[in-house]
Design a protein around this ligand. Structure first.
Ligand code: PEP
Ligand code: MN
Length: 339
């Protein structure tokens, strides 16, 4: 962190600022210029709030040099993190992992049908919501524990590991026992109590980007999980709010190479919630692979027109099969194999 002092700051005031910073456990490199003094703060500056430093009348500007996320940063962990679940190795170079399934678990017949079908098409994991974060309290809220039971049944029948969303810290124990990847939805990306509890487990966590979160805020949420000791975090870009209303959200494709550069964590794309329209899922999925994503999480339903949730953005089973064929073809050009 660099602190630029105002011109004509007295020696006495410079010394006071230096002592203040040193008392916080940092070393200070002093650079006296003709007009002003510049302080280089060395050490763990994550505890220093630039706005608090700015309260000092002699401070002109404060600039952060390092990112506030440390454990999520590629600078301190150059090797990519690979999250192993079942046979999948999410984040491994040259591979691409597809998670597919309905927005929500509805019936035994539905989830088993979709699970078998997406498995045959090449999905490595099954998704399905049991606890649903709905905008309206009057909308279907998910089958909850019965939904989890049905997901486990689908896992038993197909061998596909299961991915499902958690909403409350109270459910961590149950999810830790029953679920293979615990999904944190966009609406809970900054539910810090939930993130801390999940950090105490060793389960893979699929952390979706918040509705209007910056990349830095998203990585800071990952930091909460990592800081508690759980290294198994997978990031998921699912579109963000912009002024555009044509699509449900705007898929921020640029976030994929950005996150890959900033962090060692795997990053996958959810083209379903990004677009909100099933016909757009295929082009967005192909683009996601081309820009370097490590995988996809796609909504697939056996009868989208009758889906209890998010039918408009769900692929039917044959559309998903055809998407997988196209993904394999693109994969050949970008050295990614769907596994
Ligand atoms: C979901 O995956 O069903 C979901 C609710 O996603 P998001 O949190 O991205 O809105
Ligand atoms: Mn959904």
């Amino acid at each position: 962190m660099v602190v630029i002092l105002k011109p004509k700051t007295s020696e006495e005031d410079v010394t006071k600022i230096i002592s203040y910073v040193e008392d916080m456990g940092l070393d200070v490199m002093v650079n006296k210029g003709v007009d002003c003094t510049v302080l280089g703060l060395l050490g763990d500056t994550s505890r220093i709030d630039p706005d608090t430093l700015m309260l000092n009348v002699h401070v002109d500007r404060v600039m952060r040099i390092a990112e506030p996320f440390k454990k999520a940063s590629r600078k301190f962990h150059p090797e990519p993190t690979i999250v192993k679940v079942g046979g999948a190795e999410i984040g491994k170079e040259g591979t691409f992992t597809v998670i597919a399934g309905p927005c929500s678990v509805e019936t035994e017949e539905q989830i088993i049908h979709v699970a078998e079908s997406v498995k045959n098409s090449g999905a490595a994991l099954l998704r399905g919501g049991a606890f649903k974060p709905r905008t309206s309290p009057y909308s279907f809220q998910g089958l909850e524990l019965e939904g989890l039971r049905l997901l486990k049944e689908a896992r038993e029948k197909t061998g596909l590991p299961i991915v499902t969303e958690i909403m409350s810290p109270k459910m961590v124990e149950v999810f830790e026992k029953d679920v293979d990847i615990i999904q944190v939805g966009a609406r809970n990306m900054q539910n810090f109590d939930l993130l801390k509890e999940l950090g105490k487990t060793s389960k893979p966590i699929l952390l979706k980007r918040g509705l209007s979160a910056t990349i830095e805020e998203w990585l800071m949420s990952a930091e909460y999980i990592l800081a508690e000791g759980n290294p198994n975090v997978i990031l998921c870009e699912r579109g963000i709010r912009t002024f555009e209303t044509y699509t449900r959200n705007t898929l921020d494709l640029s976030a994929i190479p950005a996150v890959k550069r900033l962090s060692h964590l795997p990053v996958i794309v959810d083209p379903s919630h990004s677009a909100g329209m099933s016909w757009m899922v295929e082009p967005l999925s192909l683009a996601a692979m081309a820009v370097g994503a490590d995988g996809l999480i796609v909504e697939v339903h056996n009868n989208p027109a009758k889906a209890w949730c998010d039918g408009a953005q769900s692929l039917n089973e044959s559309q998903f099969d055809s998407l997988m064929k196209k993904m394999r073809a693109i994969g050949k050009h970008v050295d990614k194999e769907i596994v």
